[in-house]
Design a protein around this ligand. Structure first.
Ligand code: PMP
Length: 380
């Protein structure tokens, strides 16, 4: 059997595109300036930041002035939720969903302990938010509605534009965690109609430790109280010397995403269909989570009843993929996302997540399937 590692974990992180690596290197060498400096080195870095900002804005359809660089989606989510709560708007209710990332649920919980009302709307078994249930929760007291564009575990895509309309019809702001959308499906800030959007570069073939928050121009006046104080970078919303190599890499990654997301989707979608068809044929009792939902083309979360996912990974050590549970103090706890889909804990422990990306090939899929088959047969 083939003895190379097969990377099937693109929702955790993606490989930096070779073009991105090439674009970054000079910023660790001769182009090392601080973009805030007034001299040649500073101006060189500053021009590259401005170009990257334009490439990013062009990729997600917003204005360059609306792009605020952060360290990634975790920081962007925190900055959005805590920043809005600290704004001049005095309402104290936030509505979100049960399947959000912990970097959304965490700041919401922190605000709850300070007296905010947090409403976590459940999703349907198909993984999508029910718009009527959402409408019933969003009211005149709602400050912010925060819902992700796509789920990292199931790949389910939410009807973001419709969700934005629900928020706006009650005068609430809408924040969208779009970390899993960039590079995987087309993203348009205008079509998403969000006021704030969070992104991470490393989920879209860029470097780690850099991301951005889109803050619509009309909203900036409300976010007058930043979470951190320092220099005036990023409109005072996120002070600190910019991560120039990171920003340049993110710009290069966004340029590629603009060109390749749609062709990538077609290629990756075919690879996933092959995996899901073959698994359904060989293991008829396997369950593909939210199979019929609108999903990211490369994400497949599969339950093999009776086969614990950690054991499966141990028997297929060349397959690099995620499982539906995480180790907490020595015990495997099923993910909150799978539990929110009403999947019983014992089945959630048998879930593996395959997430394909731009660099996966047909060969990867064939090898992965044969490793999976032999691991499952050994366990059975
Ligand atoms: N939101 C979602 C939906 C994610 O999948 C992730 C990363 N798993 C994040 C936010 C946080 O991204 P980062 O770790 O890059 O800050």
């Amino acid at each position: 059997m083939n003895s190379r590692f097969i990377y099937l974990d693109n929702n955790s992180t993606t490989q930096c595109a070779p073009e991105v690596v090439e674009a970054i290197v000079p910023f660790f060498r001769e182009k090392f300036g601080n973009p805030a400096s007034p001299h040649y080195y500073g101006r060189t870095a500053g021009k590259s930041i401005a170009l990257a900002r334009e490439l990013i804005a062009d990729c997600v359809c917003c204005s360059p002035t609306e792009v605020i660089f952060t360290s990634g989606a975790t920081e962007s989510n925190n900055l959005s939720i805590l920043g809005v709560a600290q704004s001049v708007l005095k309402k104290r209710k936030i509505v979100t969903s049960t399947v959000e990332h912990k970097s959304v649920l965490g700041p919401c919980a922190a605000l709850q302990s300070k007296g905010y009302t947090i409403c976590r709307v459940p999703v349907e078994n198909g993984g999508q938010i029910n718009l009527n249930k959402l409408k019933a929760e969003v009211d005149e007291d709602t400050l912010l509605l925060s819902v992700q564009a796509a789920n990292n575990e199931t790949g389910v895509i939410q009807p973001v534009g419709d969700i934005a309309d629900v928020a706006h019809s009650c005068g609430a702001l809408f924040h969208c965690d779009a970390a899993q959308a960039l590079g995987k499906i087309p993203v348009s800030v205008n079509e998403f109609r969000a006021d704030l959007l969070s992104f991470s570069s490393h989920k879209a073939y860029g470097p780690k430790g850099i991301g951005f928050l889109v803050v619509r121009e009309s909203l900036k006046k409300f976010l007058s109280a930043p979470l951190m104080y320092g220099g005036g970078q990023e409109d005072y919303l996120r002070p600190g010397t910019l991560n120039v190599p990171g920003v340049v890499g993110l710009g290069a990654a966004c340029k590629l995403c603009k060109e390749f997301t749609v062709p990538d989707m077609a290629k990756i979608g075919k690879l996933r269909a092959k995996i899901e068809e073959r698994i359904a044929r060989i293991f008829p009792n396997a369950q593909i989570i939210c199979r019929l939902a609108d999903r990211l083309p490369g994400t497949s979360n599969i339950i093999f009843p009776g086969i614990p996912a950690d054991l499966l990974l141990a028997r297929a050590p060349l397959l690099c993929m995620s499982i539906g549970s995480a180790c907490n103090s020595g015990t495997l706890l099923p993910s909150h996302v799978l539990l929110a889909l009403n999947i019983p804990s014992d089945l959630a422990r048998c879930a593996i997540r395959i997430s394909l990306g731009r660099y996966n090939t047909e060969d990867d899929v064939n090898i992965a399937l044969s490793h999976l088959e032999s691991a499952i047969k050994q366990i059975q």
